[in-house]
Write a protein that binds this ligand. Structure first.
Ligand SMILES: [Zn+2]
Length: 222
C-alpha cells in the first residue's frame, strides 16, 4: 500500500462512511446506537456547515485568518510540537489557536509531490487546521450550538433526565465547518494521514489500516 493508493481509497469515501471513525473515540462512543450515531453525525455536520455558510455569506472575501480576527480569536505564532501525540492544532480558552505549521506545510509539499493536489483542491492544510480550531472558539462563545448541547442520556429518574455532552460531536462539527469554510475538496479526516506521513510514513499507513478496519466493512447507515 502506497500513500497514493491510500489517499485514492479514502478520497472515494462518501461522508457518511466516516461515521464509525468519527465515533471511534470518546467517553460514550461504544454506548451510542448506530442509528443515533447517524442522527448525531448529521446534526453536527449541519451545525458546522451552517455556521461556515453564514460567515461566508457575511464576509465573502475574508480569509480564514480574517475570520479568526473578526470572531475575536488569536493565532499564536509558536509552532506546536505535539505532533508525536498525533495533535497538530490546539485551541486554548479563551482565544488562542496554535498549529504545527512546519508539519502542515511539509504535508502540503508531500501532497503536491505525490500528484495528489486534487484531493485537497489546492487548499492549504494550515488553513483547515486554523478553521477547525476557530470552530471550537465559536463553540465556546455560543453554548446553544448543537455540538455543545448535552445529547447523551446518562440516566432518568422519574421526570428528571441527566444528559452529557458527546465530545466527538464537537470534532464532527469542526471538521464540517473547516471543510465548508476553506472549500477543501476532501473530508478533513484524510488530512491526518498526510500529517502523520510527514512525521513517519509507516504511521500514515497504520492510520489508513485503522480507518479501513473501522469504516471499510461497515456500510453507512441511511
Ligand atoms: Zn477539534
Amino acid at each position: 500500500m502506497t500513500i497514493e493508493d491510500a489517499a485514492h481509497s479514502l478520497y472515494d469515501f462518501p461522508a457518511q462512511k466516516w461515521i464509525p471513525y468519527a465515533f471511534s473515540a470518546g467517553a460514550y462512543a461504544g454506548k451510542i446506537k448506530k442509528e443515533d450515531k447517524y442522527k448525531f453525525f448529521s446534526g453536527a455536520t449541519e451545525c458546522g456547515n451552517n455556521i461556515a455558510r453564514k460567515l461566508l455569506c457575511k464576509y465573502p472575501s475574508y480569509t480564514v485568518k480574517d475570520f479568526i480576527i473578526s470572531e475575536g480569536a488569536r493565532i499564536i505564532n509558536d509552532d506546536i510540537k505535539t505532533e508525536s501525540l498525533g495533535i497538530f492544532a490546539t485551541y486554548t480558552e479563551p482565544d488562542e489557536i496554535r498549529i504545527a505549521k512546519g508539519v502542515a506545510d511539509a504535508a502540503d509539499e508531500a501532497i503536491e509531490k505525490a500528484g495528489l493536489s486534487y484531493i485537497t483542491g489546492g487548499i492549504k492544510i494550515r488553513d483547515v487546521l486554523y478553521a477547525h480550531e476557530l470552530y471550537h472558539h465559536l463553540e465556546r462563545k455560543d453554548k446553544s450550538l448543537y455540538t455543545v448541547q448535552k445529547h447523551f442520556l446518562l440516566f432518568r429518574i422519574g421526570t428528571w433526565e441527566y444528559r452529557s455532552q458527546i465530545r466527538c460531536l464537537s470534532e464532527i462539527g469542526a471538521m464540517a465547518f473547516a471543510q465548508k469554510l476553506t472549500g477543501l475538496a476532501c473530508s478533513p479526516y484524510i488530512l491526518d494521514m498526510f500529517l502523520l506521513y510527514v512525521i513517519r510514513p509507516e504511521q500514515a499507513i497504520q492510520f489508513y489500516n485503522r480507518v479501513m478496519k473501522i469504516c471499510g466493512e461497515d456500510e453507512p447507515c441511511t
